[in-house]
Design a protein around this ligand. Structure first.
Ligand code: CAA
Ligand code: NAI
Length: 708
């Protein structure tokens, strides 16, 4: 018997317990162990039924994601799938009732194993799902064939194309679960199994037909979801493959449908899309591992917070805390500013309410956690104070000095500055070890990224607390160094530089945005700036001019400044890079912008010409990767994959491309370097290859170790 799977008899029921921490992932050993144990139970004269259960915190979180990298060819993948499918059919053919007892999660292969059991019971807190599309693949162990048979085609399509988990209650109602157990799961599962044995019941999922019998309705559902996916999949292939596999469940018998699933799975698992998404799965977990901050570094509990500045960011940050159930004081200079801030917060929650994403009771409970104030009363109770006042060094230093007096000596003081030096605030705080940057992204209650900016003196405990807090706030915390723009905005400056220059050279605003959207972003550089506000960038440029700096070396396009001077700040003024009809966010191309670009190009002696979408992507992505390499070499990001996580969660970089550094690896660093050199020759010395990029390209390596 495999050490990963235990076998015992309880009340004449064979209890098979999977014990492969942390999540009982289905390694080869676990799968073999389950098969052997179920076979033993079937043969065991002391057992009338069999229960499959997980040890620890979960049932099974799916296949071990690491094993997919061993698959190098289609044949290999299909051969492996055939073996797993055969194993599951064997379970399903067990002669005694086989019951899966689910707590925690039954995901991916975990749900597929459960569906191959005759029955499934779960505790009320359990979640089940087929999250494979989030790894660029489809269910590979019969999930696309068994799930529709249990819950019907529409729900199976939803679960396999969006990858979201569903609750035990929903799964029970849909037919995926047979019972939700109150009280002890194992005891409940044992009595459920005994009852099936007494009733001589055994149900093989693959024999079920009722919920897939209406072929026309099933096919129509497939077609409808394909149409919907076109609008939301952003170029990812796996969701469409999942639909194709479910369609095969409707049109073919179980074995033929399973073969179709195997073929589609092989196509997906070998794709760059899947490599990229699996890379991100591990990258998102790796970010929390900081080389010099041991795992056991104590992280303080954050139970009360305070935010200073109730503007765009302060309001969003207060909402993020309240959404996590943490009471938060929100301070501004006067009642008028506070009222403005609170009314924006209320409007945001009301919009969530109108979309049915929150109940009226939850809304009032959450809102009640935010206490507006114009004084520092109560700040002494806060575990953390977040500063989010105007981006002005002297103002912020003054505010930090005030906060330092009002807050408890051990409280963490965080700044949401986008550009200023965290160490300046540390210097006036009287507690430099507790000062850190918490750089949220707008809208702060929605965007997942939190850059945790480590100052010169920030303590390890504060870093560990910030990472834990990020999770609590439902954010992805990435620890970055204290340089101008940190990681996200420092690189963004290069992305925007190229967008501006491409515009001057002859590409249109809408062509550049469309090329980036076709690449997989939700919005292009110009559309994004119309949302963020052209005035915001203008203010940063003014500040930089005053200190004799630029954000990204090279020609500084005058086009955004001219739009600012015309009062075109973006959506908020009805015009920016695009124009907008009153009350609408539809981007309407505006010839005035092209005229301005042409004028500025003429001033710089540029002869405008047609530029292909491929060249647009190559220029912009090369700029990002080259600056990313410099950020890495300078030590402002811990690893290349952290930069990928920053870009995916901060700016909507398409997940199926893995992030800017992973994408560069897939292009090949020799090609990326050749492009940088070509651009230097063509456009000027402001293009310089990062020495790290040169070194890796020369050695035939990639940012993430081996070339994908
Ligand atoms: N394979 C390998 N490792 C896994 C894993 C998996 N399926 N699921 C989780 N892990 C690892 C994580 O990498 C992490 O490792 P480290 O501690 O070393 O970083 C550890 O388990 C704990 O995971 P989380 O930090 O994510 O823990 P959590 O409590 O926040 O979340 C979870 C738990 C919801 C189960 C989450 O881990 C998760 O969503 N896992 C992946 C589920 C999934 O995608 N399953 C489908 C796999 S593909 C498949 O099954 C194909 C098929 O059809 C055969
Ligand atoms: P904002 O102008 O919307 O809000 C600033 C708020 O601070 C105003 O309500 C103002 O009354 C208040 N304030 C000013 N002085 C104060 C004081 N002494 N005490 C209390 N409140 C005071 O500005 P926004 O956009 O929210 O920016 C705040 C900070 O967040 C800045 O540092 C900015 O760089 C940063 N940031 C902004 C992002 C954005 O997209 N807007 C993104 C990430 C960071």
């Amino acid at each position: 018997m495999s050490p990963l799977v235990r076998y015992e008899i309880r009340d004449r029921v064979a209890v098979v317990t999977i014990d492969n921490p942390p999540v009982n992932a289905l390694s080869a050993g676990v799968m073999e162990g389950i098969s052997d144990a179920v076979e033993r139970g079937d043969d065991d004269a002391d057992a009338d039924a069999i229960v499959l259960i997980g040890a620890g915190t979960t049932f099974i979180a799916g296949a071990d994601i690491n094993i997919f990298k061993e698959l190098k060819t289609r044949e290999q993948s299909i051969e492996r799938s055939q073996a797993v499918h055969a194993r599951l059919k064997q379970l399903e053919d067990a002669g005694k009732p086989l019951v899966a007892a689910i707590h925690g999660h039954a995901l991916g292969g975990g749900l597929e194993f459960a569906m191959a059991c005759h029955y499934r019971v779960a505790v009320a807190t359990a979640r089940v799902g087929q999250p494979e599309v989030q790894l660029g693949i489809i269910p590979g162990a019969g999930g696309t064939q068994r799930l529709p048979r249990l819950c019907g085609v529409p729900l199976a399509l939803d679960m396999c194309t969006d990858g979201k988990m569903i609750t035990a209650a929903r799964a029970k109602q849909a037919g995926i679960l047979d019972a939700v157990i109150d009280g002890d799961l194992l005891e409940g599962a044992i009595s459920f199994a005994r009852a099936r044995e007494v009733a001589k019941e055994r149900r093989r999922t693959r024999d079920l037909q009722d919920k897939i019998r209406d072929r026309d309705a099933g096919l129509a559902a497939c077609q409808a979801i394909r149409t919907r996916l076109l609008g939301v999949s952003r170029g990812a292939r796996a969701p469409f493959a999942a639909v194709d596999a479910i369609e095969a469940c409707i049109t073919l018998d179980f074995d033929a449908g399973s073969r179709r699933e195997m073929e589609l799975f092989a196509e997906c698992v070998l794709s760059t899309e899947s490599l990229a998404m699996r890379h991100l799965f591990f990258a998102e977990r790796e970010v929390a591992k900081i080389p010099d901050v041991p795992k056991d570094t104590p992280a303080r509990a954050i139970t009360r917070a305070a935010v200073v500045g109730a503007g765009t960011m302060g309001g969003g940050i207060a909402m993020a805390y309240a959404n996590a159930g943490i009471p938060v004081l929100l301070k501004d200079v006067d009642l008028a500013s506070l009222a403005r801030g609170m009314s924006v917060i209320r409007k945001n929650y009301e919009s969530t309410l109108s979309k049915g994403k929150i109940t009226p009771e939850a809304l009032s409970q959450t809102l009640a956690l935010i206490t507006p104030t114009t004084s520092y009363d109560g700040f002494a109770d806060a575990d953390i104070v977040v500063e989010a006042v105007f981006e002005n060094l002297d103002l912020k230093k003054g505010v930090f000095a005030e906060i330092a007096k009002a807050a408890r000596p051990d409280a963490i003081l965080a700044s949401n500055t986008s550009t200023l030096d965290i160490d300046e605030f540390a210097a006036v705080s009287g507690r430099p070890a507790q000062v850190v940057g918490h750089h949220f992204f707008s809208p702060a209650n929605v965007m997942k990224l939190l850059e945790i900016v480590r100052g010169r003196s920030t303590s390890k405990e504060v870093v560990a607390t910030s990472l834990k807090l990020a999770k609590q706030l439902n954010k992805v915390g990435v620890v970055v160094g204290n340089c101008f723009g940190f990681v996200a905005n420092r690189m963004l400056a290069y992305y925007m530089r190229e967008a501006y220059l491409l515009l001057e050279e002859g590409a249109s605003v809408s062509q550049i945005d469309s090329a980036i959207i076709d690449f997989g972003y939700p919005v292009g550089p110009f559309g994004m700036q119309d949302i963020a506000g052209i005035d915001v960038g203008w203010r940063i440029r003014q500040y930089l001019k005053s200190v004799g700096k630029t954000r990204a070396e090279g020609p500084q396009s005058a086009v955004p400044d001219r739009l600012y001077e015309m009062g075109r700040y973006g959506q908020k003024t009805g015009a920016g890079w695009y124009r907008y009809e009153p009350g609408s966010r539809t981007r309407i191309p505006d010839p005035i912008v092209e005229d301005i670009a042409a004028e500025e190009a003429a001033k710089r002696g540029i002869i405008r010409h047609a530029i292909s979408d491929e060249d647009i992507i190559a220029r912009i992505m090369t700029a990002l990767a080259n600056e990313g390499a410099q950020v890495l070499a300078d030590g402002y990001a811990i690893r290349a994959s952290d930069i990928d996580v920053v870009y995916v969660h901060g700016f909507g970089f398409p997940r199926h491309r893995g992030g800017p550094m992973f994408y560069a690896d897939t292009v090949g660093l020799r090609t990326v370097l050749a492009r940088v050199n070509e651009y230097r020759d063509q456009y000027g010395d402001y293009w310089q290859p990062s020495p790290l990029l040169e070194k890796l390209a020369r050695e035939g390596r990639a940012f993430h170790g081996d070339t994908p």
